[in-house]
Design a binder for this molecule. Structure first.
Ligand code: SF4
Length: 431
């Protein structure tokens, strides 16, 4: 049977979403009595430097439209579940629900909000030896609606339907996905086998370049992509933001295992033509040729310090720390070579020879380098992840005169970068 993907221009609520569901036959098999789980992408929340929501979060507007469509169908047992990355104390999933209008949806429509990080889980084995623990509510719902955003990702190139399911995992399993042995994309490509989404809707009101958090560039696209087939939806989304299927490893893993085609020609497209909407978006930042820091280091003439590019083993807990250390290193630069220091993160990087000091950020990288003979003098920031204060202290102790205020200034600027810009409407993220 040929699977269908609907591509619809967003023009009005809730009609555009309704059209995408009708074209994709998205409610096929749904019964009014079913328990429904909606899984948006509310990746992480921060009240100190609020993440500009465009292209980062599923729009609250479309989630509300979906609830309206479900209610019209007669469904009343509707749950919204997510397991956001906790960047700071008390900044978990419920902070995201609160900050993005979901508490209003709860009151207005009687939906239930669930924090998957607090859920009981069910364990599933993949590839004979690895375990994924998935929130029970996600596995046990009758009709799971996967609701990602049209965005790129610094480790996996795109973050669409398959990647969005990672939010259903217990924290330990999220971290396990970043293990150096089985690899990130191979690991999370299995979650769909156990969660079995009935419908995937990609929210493309905004699309995000260089995602997935604070530092990306969002573009207004006004598209909704819907399919009962998760891979079909992802293939269409990826093609629209400029990625061929065979360049995305998790697509290849999923396709190989399920036998589903990676060729868009094998799926039926209804609605808009993909070719009319293609806008290639970059997924990554440039890095120096000798892997000593982001491209901006070369541009500004920063030398001495080395920050190799983060790899796929860096999990979401340490990812803000990796970005922070780059910005802090820049803050220490006053036109002269910086201290001869290498700064490592993630789970598998190995210290290179030739540095006076090596800074290791986080418990994983400390363990990975415990016997590394290239290290002359080690400075560590313990923690899983380490605290901001400990990262600053470690960099100072390694001889870098870093300024945390420069980091705060940069984060504030990122929070406010769309303010007053036409088309960037905060109303999409309120109910
Ligand atoms: S130390 Fe960092 S990379 Fe390691 S598990 Fe903890 S948060 Fe992830």
């Amino acid at each position: 049977m040929t699977e269908t993907v609907a591509i619809v221009k967003y023009t009005a609520s809730p009609n555009s979403l309704k059209e995408s569901i009708e074209l994709s036959d998205g409610f096929k098999g749904l019964k009014p009595s079913d328990s429904i789980m909606i899984k948006p992408n509310l990746v992480a929340f921060d009240d100190q430097f609020p993440i500009a929501p465009f292209g980062v979060y599923t729009t609250t507007r479309l989630v509300e439209d979906l609830i309206i469509c479900l209610k019209d169908f007669g469904c009343n047992n509707i749950t919204i579940g997510e397991g956001s990355v906790q960047l700071k104390k008390d900044m978990g999933t419920f902070a995201a629900f609160e900050g993005l209008g979901y508490k209003t949806l709860e009151k207005k429509y009687g939906v239930t909000l669930v924090d998957f990080n607090q859920s009981k889980t069910e364990g599933f084995t993949y590839h004979d030896e690895h375990q994924l623990h998935i929130a029970k509510e996600a596995v046990e719902s009758d009709f799971f609606i996967n609701f990602p955003v049209l965005k790129t990702h610094g480790q996996t190139k795109v973050s669409l339907g398959l990647k969005n399911l990672k939010g259903c995992l217990k924290l330990k399993s999220k971290r396990h996905c970043h293990n150096p042995e089985s690899g990130l994309e191979f690991s999370f490509s299995h979650i769909a086998d156990f969660v079995k989404p009935s419908l995937t809707i990609i929210d493309g009101i905004y699309a995000l370049e260089k995602g997935a958090l604070h530092f990306g560039n969002a573009y207004r696209k006004d598209l909704i992509i819907a399919s009962r087939d998760i891979l079909a939806a992802d293939l269409a989304g990826a093609q629209i933001i400029g990625y061929a299927a065979d360049t995305i490893d998790h697509f290849k893993h999923y396709s190989k295992r399920t036998g589903k085609s990676l060729a868009m020609a094998d799926y039926e497209i209804k609605g808009e033509k993909i070719d009319n909407h293609i806008q290639p978006l970059k997924w990554d930042w440039t890095w120096t040729k000798d892997n000593t820091g982001p491209g901006i280091f070369e541009k500004l003439g920063v030398t001495g310090v080395a920050l190799p590019k983060y790899d796929e083993t860096l999990c979401s807990g340490c990812s803000p720390i990796a970005n922070m250390s780059s910005i802090l290193a820049l803050s220490a630069f006053k036109g002269q070579p910086l201290a001869n220091v290498e700064i490592l993160n993630g789970k598998k990087m190995q210290a290179r020879p030739g540095y006076d000091k090596t800074v290791l950020l986080g418990n994983c990288i400390i363990k990975a380098n415990k016997d590394n003979e290239n290290i002359n003098e080690v400075v560590i920031a313990k923690g899983c992840p380490p605290s901001e204060d400990d990262v600053v202290a470690a960099m100072k102790s390694a001889g870098l005169d870093v300024n945390i205020l420069a980091y705060y200034g940069f984060m504030k600027q990122q929070s406010e970068k769309y303010n007053g810009k036409e088309g960037y409407d905060q109303e999409f993220f309120t109910a």
